[in-house]
Design a protein around this ligand. Structure first.
Ligand SMILES: O=P(O)(O)OC[C@H]1O[C@H](O[C@H]2O[C@H](CO)[C@@H](O)[C@H](O)[C@H]2O)[C@H](O)[C@@H](O)[C@@H]1O
Ligand SMILES: O=c1ccn([C@@H]2O[C@H](COP(=O)(O)OP(=O)(O)O)[C@@H](O)[C@H]2O)c(=O)[nH]1
Length: 723
């Protein structure tokens, strides 16, 4: 088992200071419990912020550090201003509302981005200092979205996982963020990116497509020559511990007291941080609605709402608190009596034991956030019900709803519907309560926090490590070999390699500098140049025909080895299929604005560069599936290219060119191939041993060298020329 380096904003500890000195106490939460075992067993460390220790004296600080080291925790020191801008500012006032669909709550000026970025970089520096080869790094949550990419730059070979604990919103929401691309690229530094639900994975995939044009194939995305995996790992709780608590005599005694106080009443419970995502006001209004429309429930219902103070330094939370206070007052004013009030509002935090007692005492648990990444309270309630009683009313917008379908699922925006669900829950026959609770408990107990940790780490361990990436120094090495070769044979692709992509195929004509470069290369001593392209022979002839280079069109179907010579075609390549395929491509072009069909002598291409990214990618996939089904065993190949789907006769590929041009090659010739897309991989695969393959771009490739697109290709080729 490799050492596990855990990285989170907060360390799983609390630093307490009193008259007896300072002590570092472990946190009780489920996440800390679930991760502690693997972390300690692996001999790894946990890196994060220990909280504000600025008021401690130097000896107290030394004591804290020693205690942290004992717990295998490595603290990062954050100044008060960093906490206020990176944590309270960017994390909690920008990313939090954004991911929970509250864009209107984001401040108009985003002043804290720079600090967020800087603190993320500091985290990465600290992790890199702790890292030893073979370690596994697991970064947690939205406060640290840039850390994976910062780490990847520092530790190209490291195994890095990231888990997003809050919702990942629809791409339509995410794209409203000014620094959206940096954040998404930050996550892509990881080998595995985990979310609670498939919906969040789907949102992240479409964000990748919309913002960066990256396509997810099943659960994989290619980015900068690496494969990044995405997955849904619904987080669980320490179910056994809640069950045990709920059976403890002291807890059962507390349960008895809760129930005794409301012997004639039904107990309804809500437990949340006081956060605007938790849907507390609408929940209160739903309770009010039930009392309003069903007088029989008045005096017979006791709603305990625990609201844990949270982010009290952020203004929105203070306003929200006032709103909740006011509502509670209004409902109690309306439906309270001298003997009791319907809403018991407790603005404070409870420990797990006290919570277990409340959970076990409740008849109905209301968990109705408007958005929630998972919601652990819902799961804790089930775990704390070994009596198989109690009804869970759960918002469809909590991640937990994907797993807990046997709860009463409600839309938290539909107040009337919530009042109905509350009434259904209160009236539910015992047998139904038991059946539902049994199923809920089975799920919560099996897929607990230990399962979650294991399944994420197992997937991360099974993810192939990023292949060693040849950075620009690699191109330097290639250049040295080219310079020292006795003879050079250059096989160069055109679009995406020598010229950048243009909106339409006919707009990618060579510029004067490129023509000059190719002319000078082709007349360099002992150097031969061949252009190997998917283009038609007419286009290559028109654009490059006067140069002293070999031309190979339509992926090697046509070849013209030198100027003045005849174009030769591969014999026996069928073209009769075009009449069948053309109408299909045309139909797809007609329904996809911006798409176009290009006809070549023995192939057809469906282009979608000018189509909306997400729609284009989907249609391209549909077209490929459709053609694949129709022509499954036929004489055709359907090739995905760069914003193009090409259909051509099977067996015609750029690899064929290699055989003909190297046939009478003089000894001491170094063959060098340069290309950017899938069709160039055929060329690379066919190269004789000892050749150089250079990929231009960020895709996965069999080439051993990589440069960054046409500008760097041209620089590399120019460096072969004198002066
Ligand atoms: O083998 P290549 O030389 O790389 O040619 C591949 C295809 O290139 C052309 O399409 C691509 O370039 C166009 C101009 O920049 C761009 O508009 C299009 O989106 C790209 O896919 C060409 O039209 C195809 O026939 C070639 O097969
Ligand atoms: O008085 C309280 C109320 C809640 N919690 C804990 O806080 C966590 C809340 O997690 P959840 O996923 O429900 O919501 P979050 O607060 O993370 O948005 C749960 O584990 C609760 O047991 C607590 O310790 N004391």
């Amino acid at each position: 088992m490799s050492r596990l380096l855990l990285v989170s904003n907060r360390l799983p500890v609390t630093v307490k200071s009193d008259k007896d000195g300072v002590s570092v106490v472990r946190s009780a939460g489920g996440l800390a419990t679930g991760l502690r075992g693997p972390h300690e067993r692996s001999g790894g460390v946990w890196i994060g912020w220990p909280g504000d220790v600025s008021r401690l004296t130097p000896p107290q600080r030394a004591s804290v550090e020693a205690q942290l080291a004992e717990l295998r925790c490595v603290p990062i020191q954050l100044s008060a201003s960093e906490v206020s801008r990176y944590y309270e500012g960017y994390s909690n006032q920008v990313l939090w509302p954004l991911c929970h669909y509250f864009i209107e709550r984001i401040p108009r000026q985003d002043r804290d981005w720079d600090v967020y970025r800087k603190v993320n970089e500091r985290f990465a520096d600290l992790v890199a200092r702790q890292y030893q080869p073979g370690d596994t790094i697991w970064v947690h949550d939205y406060q640290l979205m840039l850390v994976p990419a910062f780490l990847r730059a520092r530790l190209p070979q490291a195994r890095i996982g990231y888990f997003h604990h809050i919702p990942f919103p629809s791409s339509e929401i995410f794209r409203s963020l000014p620094h959206r691309n940096e954040l998404v690229r930050g996550l892509l530094g990881a080998d595995l990116i985990g979310f609670h639900t498939h919906t969040y994975v789907r949102h992240f995939s479409s964000t990748l497509m919309r913002l960066l044009g990256l396509e997810t194939v099943v659960d994989r995305v290619e980015h900068e020559g690496r494969e990044v995996r995405l997955g849904a790992f619904p987080m669980g709780i320490d179910a056994q511990s809640f069950e045990n608590l709920a059976k403890e005599p002291a807890v059962l005694e507390e349960v008895r007291m809760h129930r005794e106080k409301s012997a004639e009443q039904r107990l309804v419970l809500g437990v949340d941080r006081l956060d605007y995502t938790k849907g507390i006001p609408r929940r209160l209004v739903a309770v009010q609605r039930l009392l309003e429309r069903e007088p029989a429930w008045r005096g017979r219902l006791r709603f305990i709402q625990v609201a844990v103070p949270s982010r009290t330094g952020v203004e929105d939370y203070a306003t929200y608190r006032e709103q909740v206070d006011e509502l509670v007052g209004r409902i109690n004013g309306l439906y309270g009596s001298v003997h009791n009030v319907p809403v018991h509002y407790l603005y404070r935090s409870f420990n797990e034991k006290q919570l277990a007692a409340l959970y076990r005492a409740a008849d109905v648990m209301l968990v109705t956030p408007t958005r929630d990444g998972m919601n652990l309270v819902a799961k804790e309630f089930c775990a704390a019900r070994p009596d198989e009683d109690g009804v869970l009313v759960l918002s469809e917008f909590a991640g937990a709803a994907d797993e807990l379908g046997d709860a009463l699922i409600v839309n938290p925006y539909d107040v009337e519907g919530m009042a109905d669900a509350l009434e259904t829950a209160l009236d539910m026959p015992q047998e139904e309560r038991r059946t539902r609770m049994r199923i809920l408990r089975a799920r919560v107990k099996e897929y607990d926090v230990h399962w979650w940790v294991r399944s994420f780490l197992d997937t991360l361990e099974a993810t192939p490590l990023a292949p060693p990436r040849v950075e620009p120094a690699g191109a330097e090495v290639a250049l040295e070999r080219m310079r020292h070769a006795e003879r050079l044979l250059l096989l160069i692709d055109y679009d995406g390699t020598l010229v950048p992509f243009a909106p339409r195929p006919e707009l990618a004509a060579p510029d004067a500098a490129l023509l000059d470069l190719l002319q000078r290369l082709a007349t360099r001593p002992n150097t031969r140049v061949h252009i190997v392209s998917g283009r038609t022979k007419e286009t290559l002839e028109a654009w490059l025909g006067t140069l002293p280079v070999g031309l190979h069109a339509e992926h090697g179907l046509w070849s013209r080895p030198a100027p003045g010579q005849e174009w030769k075609v591969l014999e026996g390549v069928p073209t009769d299929w075009k009449a069948l395929v053309r109408p299909v491509l045309e139909a797809f072009a007609a329904r996809v604005p911006g798409a176009l069909v290009e006809e070549k002598s023995a192939s057809l291409a469906w282009h979608y560069r000018q189509v909306d990214r997400v729609f284009g990618a989907r249609q391209a996939l549909e077209l490929r599936l459709h053609l694949g089904e129709v022509f499954a065993q036929g004489p055709l190949e359907v090739l995905p290219g760069d914003k193009v789907v090409e259909v051509r006769a099977r067996g015609v590929n750029k690899g064929r060119v290699v055989g003909t041009v190297t046939e009478r090659m003089a000894p001491g010739t170094l063959v060098v191939a340069l290309g950017d897309d899938r069709t160039d991989e055929d060329l690379f695969a066919a190269l004789p041993e000892g050749s150089l393959a250079i990929h231009a771009g960020g895709k996965r490739t069999r080439a051993s060298y990589r440069v960054n697109g046409p500008t760097e290709v041209r620089q590399l080729l120019s460096a072969l020329l004198p002066g």
